[in-house]
Design a protein around this ligand. Structure first.
Ligand code: ARG
Length: 456
């Protein structure tokens, strides 16, 4: 396909250079945004008298036809074109001749591409937010079914204190809710129209940017034309928000991988979300969770790509910026793909409650409650902590648990111990008593569930 920038040049671009320079293989996905942007721009040109109204109408209806034809598969995008903007304008001109050549009045590809990416990403953000909401719904259901499922909570991957599986799942819910908030804010910040910035210095034509903003659903036009065409902070911000989504999914996957192991056996993934080994007949591997954990690296890489591309280029547009799209689209696609795989995997996994409860019975996770019990008997916490530590040490020596240590043994450590200690360290009670806001006690967990539901 011929280049747009005729006139100054005597030769066509070398084929190798064209292949290298071309972005159509990855910006063709913005064809709809590009055409809708052109329709809005052209409508404005007509309404401002920059081109004739009837000319504007003809161009707009031909653009709408081109859009329909691409969508229906009737018109194929020419992969030898320099980019999607060139292709659409070229196609229009081949159909309308002189009239088609008027479309680009008061516009540059620089503001056009800035527009198309924003429109594309706004749509993608909505999709990702919806996917996260579906995941939240699944997690809340799992939480509701596991309000009484006691498991050990960990620090340093050492059993620490008793919690419930619901409480554990809800922790991820709040991370994901913040992800949604961040994504919504990123969308709000990118909701500013770059069109009208021209190549870099606006235009002398009497354009109406507010009107174009309104037609395309942008909050307002950008304040500065150089800024409008030359920053990709909105891509970087989105890649950063998506990186955090991946951090959260990756940590969750890491836990699922651990929970699937014989060492834990807290959950079992459905066969439809597990894989086997080519040689070891007994294996059931959590490949999906591992792949999501692995794919987080891609998204962090995309963020690094974008930061690096942008950090050293002078204002305004530079061709380096063409590198933005593959990186941010890859981040978007990867997150969408991961959410598509992750949600049904979590929805269908079975929770092995007994194994969780058995794990909670070992590891002295009620030691803090034992110390708190001594505090209730009047001992300062630090002394209570020490006495309980001695009780744990004695249990380890004797191969016992805090539940099976005799009262005589307790009393040999601290005379304040009495029969009530066994009630105080009962795991069900330990969890049930944790009713302060944010804790794993049932009332608190129910409040958390309500909070998550209201965010949906
Ligand atoms: N394909 C280009 C990009 O993705 C579009 C903008 C081209 N502008 C230019 N001055 N070469 O960035």
């Amino acid at each position: 396909m011929a280049q747009l920038w005729k006139g100054r040049f005597k030769k066509e671009l070398a084929k190798e250079t064209n292949d290298f320079n071309s972005s159509i293989s990855f910006d063709c996905r913005m064809f709809e945004e590009d055409i809708k942007g052109s329709i809005a721009h052209c409508t404005m040109l007509g309404s401002c008298g920059i081109i004739e109204k009837n000319e504007s109408e003809t161009i707009c209806s031909e653009l709408a036809k081109i859009l329909d034809e691409i969508k229906s598969g009737k018109l194929e995008i020419d992969m030898t074109a320099e980019d999607i903007h060139t292709f659409v304008e070229g196609e229009l001109t081949s159909r309308l001749n002189t009239l088609g050549k008027k479309l680009h009045t008061a516009r540059s590809r620089n503001d056009q591409v800035a527009l198309d990416i924003r429109m594309t990403l706004k749509k993608e953000i909505d999709e990702i937010i919806n996917q996260i909401k579906v995941l939240l719904g699944v997690l809340v259901n799992q939480a509701e079914a596991n309000k009484k499922t006691i498991m050990p909570g960990y620090t340093h991957l050492q059993r620490a204190q008793p919690i419930t599986f619901a409480h554990h799942l809800l922790a991820y819910c709040f991370m994901l809710i913040r992800d949604i908030e961040r994504l919504s804010q990123a969308k709000e910040r990118m909701n500013v129209l770059p069109l009208g910035s021209g190549a870099l210095a606006g235009t002398t034509y009497p354009i109406n940017r507010d009107y174009v903003a309104e037609l395309l659903g942008f909050e307002k036009p950008c304040e500065n034309s150089l800024d409008g065409v030359s920053d990709r902070d909105f891509c970087i911000e989105l890649a950063s928000d998506l990186s955090l989504v991946m951090v959260h999914l990756s940590r969750f996957c890491e836990e699922i991988i651990l929970w699937c192991s014989w060492e834990f056996k807290f959950v079992e993934l459905d066969d439809a979300f597990s894989t086997g080994s080519s040689i070891m007949p007994q294996k059931k591997n959590p490949d999906i969770a591992e792949l999501i954990r692995g794919k987080s690296g891609r998204v962090f890489g995309d963020l690094t790509t974008l930061l690096t591309v942008m950090k050293g280029i002078p204002l305004a547009y530079n061709k380096d910026m063409q590198e933005d799209k593959e990186a941010i689209f890859d981040a978007v696609d990867t997150v969408k793909m991961c959410l598509t795989a992750f949600t049904p995997m979590v929805e269908t996994m079975s929770v092995l409650k007994d194994n969780m409860r058995n794990a909670a019975a070992k590891g002295f996770i009620n030691a803090t409650d034992c110390a708190d019990y001594l505090v209730s008997k009047g001992l300062p916490f630090r002394d209570a902590y020490k006495a309980t530590g001695e009780a744990v040490a004695l249990c380890i020596d004797k191969g016992l648990t805090l539940e099976t240590l005799s009262l005589d043994d307790y009393k040999s450590i601290c005379t304040l111990f009495d029969d009530e200690v066994y009630k105080a360290i009962n795991l069900e009670k330990c969890v049930a008593d944790r009713i302060c806001k944010g804790a794993p006690g049932i009332k608190s967990v129910e409040a958390q569930i309500e909070e998550v539901k209201s965010s949906l």
